[in-house]
Write a protein that binds this ligand. Structure first.
Ligand code: ZN
Ligand code: ZN
Ligand code: FE
Length: 730
């Protein structure tokens, strides 16, 4: 069901929060996604008949968090489902993770091997029962059962003793692998420094923040600041990980004191509440927050099968809490952040996948043949367009490892089968060497369309916001293959009905060491300095990027830049962020993707200033009629160096840098004169940047759009690729 409402911002926000609390009795919301659209000028209240979409594209629902009724039953000693970890009903329970085929019947789910007992069958057949046609319906007599396994796979407890034993192990600092709804999690006491260090060591995860599961909303509020919208998200049927600000002022209850190594140097925590009965029962036993991180080795998809988990996680987990309900497909936890009082999905998986994005009628009319889009390379997800629906797959991950590539192929085969579609067009990234691109080439799909990475970002954001051309697209991220073969990432596009033109970009610079530069912020910093000062850059040893560099490394970099060897040109905004992080000495070595830029954002916390460096807009004369513009960072770099000399604080420099980027967007918008400005790319995961750009654009009477349901990062690329392919059909 779609509800469109119009009104003042505050009323709309309230509607979203009150919807669940004040809905009629016996009515349940199984999933709720919201998008803010432009006002349509409605005059009356109207109920319109549904448009039947027909065919198999009818929805597969995402997995739904345990409903209040089921929750009451599992904690009711008199109920026959007391303490039963697989309790569900028509309003809640697993869906996407157990469906094998459509239509959605028990016989085509992972529940087919469990024959319902007479009592369950009666519920299932009774139209007045809450479990009428609840496909995963089960009870302790007939449904799936738990086991607790040792690290070597021996069953040490059965249905009754497993949860208490797992609880007691976590209390003692052990790491327990738990088979959840869409895959395994690794659980460890978030208050126990040794347990967290052990988990980091064993998982080879140095500093990347861990997600947390809390026993209750109250316990979350003891540790984090929670706004009404954030509260709605935490308690929603999607039950995602919500990025929350740690409450520094709270008097810390030692029961909830999270150790800093959970999220080193990070003012936020990724927090979720239990979303299935098993986790409710575990958390009720624990009563304190635990780390709940994906059960995988880095760059591999989350494991779904207990034998696979045992083999791959054997060196990490001390115990395995498993069960015999198969997981048909992996579904990670989703990650959501509130930006500008709206939700922004950063990782789209459990609770959201595979809900479609519906095309506006203009684009839908062009869709006659099924289109498969294979996404990019990092944070990969794929999309399948059937009719007016674009189904976006669950998050797959970085296609860096063999298991990740297998998961990518599996998800595509699965989607094609699930929706009974035979793709006639495959849309890929322009990068010829991406594994996703190579896959498309070998797929046998008759027509292949390559889509420039940053254009896909912008089209993705336009599609979910239902923005039709013309518009100005701002596409900022770390890396994407440009049409000129260089690395792009600080791009502006003019999006017209038929044409898309790159109209401005960040002034390019050398990136010594290519891929290595992604892990070492000092490399882009040295690239910038070299561009300005040539060899003299290497004499500037008072500057952080060159301060602790060894003479060997220094001369190696110098040689590379001299001979332009292994030093691609780039206009990447992500690398500019890294360079500034290196110049102010926030970070010289990255432990995970995006770390330097994140820390640069965190450093401006509490600083309030409108001061901005200057990014000069220069005509770089590439085009004849309308000059292509370049955003020249030279005046900014010189001012940063001067500020460093004057011992201006890191936070202040960071704020002036972020503000400069916002002013640059406004300046380009003023030249281009498109009222609508669309913001996309991984850089717009940065809350300060997004809020500042939106605020400044609004002040200058532009209409900014940003991502809500679809990630601004490369997880949103597949949607944009579909739209680009559709535009080619026009
Ligand atoms: Zn339920
Ligand atoms: Zn039963
Ligand atoms: Fe990107």
């Amino acid at each position: 069901m779609f509800i469109e409402i119009e009104g003042a911002c505050e009323q709309l926000e309230n509607f979203l929060i009150r919807l669940n609390a004040e809905k009629p009795p016996r009515c349940s919301i199984q999933s709720l996604e919201s998008t803010w659209l432009d006002a349509a000028g409605y005059k009356n209240f109207e109920i319109r008949p549904s448009e039947s979409s027909g065919g198999k594209s009818t929805l597969v629902l995402p997995d739904i968090a345990t409903c209040p009724d089921c929750l009451r039953e599992i904690f009711d000693p008199k109920n026959r489902r007391h303490l039963y970890p697989f309790t569900n009903c028509t309003n809640c329970g697993p869906r996407f993770s157990i469906v094998e085929l459509l239509p959605y019947d028990r016989a085509s789910t992972a529940m087919k091997k469990f024959a319902m007992c007479p009592q369950c069958q009666t519920e299932y057949d009774d139209p007045r029962d809450r479990r009428f046609h609840a496909q995963p319906n089960a009870c302790p007599d007939c449904g799936p059962q738990l086991q607790l396994w040792s690290a070597t796979g021996e069953a040490i407890f059965g249905p009754n003793g497993s949860i208490p034993a797992a609880v007691s192990a976590i209390r003692r600092g052990k790491i327990v692998a738990v088979k959840g709804v869409g895959g395994f999690h690794l659980l460890a006491d978030a208050r126990n420094e040794n347990a967290i260090q052990l988990l980091r060591e064993r998982k080879h995860r140095e500093e990347k923040p861990f997600a947390l599961m809390f026993p209750s909303l109250e316990s979350v509020k003891a540790v984090c600041e929670v706004s009404p919208l954030e509260e709605r998200l935490l308690c929603s049927p999607e039950a995602p990980i919500v990025l929350l600000r740690q409450n520094k002022l709270a008097i810390r209850d030692p029961e909830f004191a999270i150790v800093t190594s959970v999220a080193p140097g990070n003012p936020n925590l990724g927090v979720m509440l239990p979303s299935n009965p098993l986790y409710h029962l575990l958390m009720a036993g624990l009563k304190f927050p635990v780390v709940a991180t994906s059960g995988n080795l880095s760059d591999e998809p989350v494991y779904t099968d207990e034998r696979e988990a045992l083999e791959r996680l054997g060196g990490i987990a001390d115990l395995f809490l498993v069960h015999n309900r198969p997981i048909v497909r992996h579904v990670d936890d989703s990650i959501v952040r509130v930006v500008l009082d709206r939700e922004m999905v950063l990782r789209r998986a459990r609770g959201f996948a595979p809900l479609p994005v519906t095309l506006d009628s203009q684009l839908a009319a062009l869709n006659s043949r099924p289109i498969l889009a294979v996404g990019a390379h990092l944070k990969n997800s794929v999309a399948l367009a059937v009719g007016k629906n674009i189904f976006i797959s669950q998050h797959i991950g970085d296609l860096e490892t063999e298991p990740a590539n297998n998961a990518f192929r599996r998800v595509i085969a699965d989607f094609v089968k699930l929706y009974d579609a035979k793709p006639q067009i495959v849309a890929t990234d322009l990068h010829p060497d991406y594994l996703s691109t190579k896959f498309a080439g070998e797929s046998g799909i008759p027509k292949q369309i390559s889509v420039q990475h940053h254009i896909a970002h912008v089209l993705s954001c336009m599609a979910e916001n239902e923005v039709v051309p013309p518009a100005l697209g701002v596409s900022w991220d770390g890396t994407g293959y440009g049409t000129d073969g260089t690395i792009w990432g600080g791009e502006f596009f003019q999006i017209a009905d038929m044409h898309i033109e790159r109209i401005a970009h960040l002034r390019p610079f050398w990136l010594p060491g290519g891929d290595k530069a992604v892990r070492e912020p000092r490399r882009p910093a040295i690239g910038l300095l070299y561009e300005l000062f040539g060899d003299a850059a290497f004499e500037m040893s008072h500057l952080p990027p060159l301060r602790d560099i060894s003479p060997i490394e220094s001369s190696a970099l110098k040689g590379m830049l001299h001979r332009k060897l292994n030093s691609p040109r780039t206009s990447s905004m992500g690398r500019l962020f890294d360079a500034v992080a290196s110049l102010v000495n926030v970070r010289q070595q990255m432990r995970f993707e995006g770390q330097a830029a994140m820390e640069l954002e965190f450093s401006l916390d509490g600083i309030e200033t409108d001061e901005a460096y200057e990014l000069r807009i220069a005509d770089c004369g590439l085009r004849i009629e309308k000059p292509e513009m370049s955003l020249d960072w030279e005046p900014m770099l010189k001012s940063i160096l001067a500020d460093l000399d004057d011992c201006i604080s890191v936070g202040k420099i960071s704020a002036k840098f972020h503000n400069a980027l916002a002013e640059a967007v406004v300046a380009v918008a003023k030249i281009v004169q498109e009222p609508r400005v669309v913001l996309s790319g991984g850089c717009f995961q940065n809350r300060y940047l997004t809020e500042r750009v939106v605020q400044r654009l609004r002040e200058e009477n532009f209409q900014p759009y940003w991502h809500q349901r679809v990630p601004p990062n490369d997880g949103g690329i597949a949607l944009g690729q579909v739209v680009a392919a559709l535009r080619e059909q026009a």
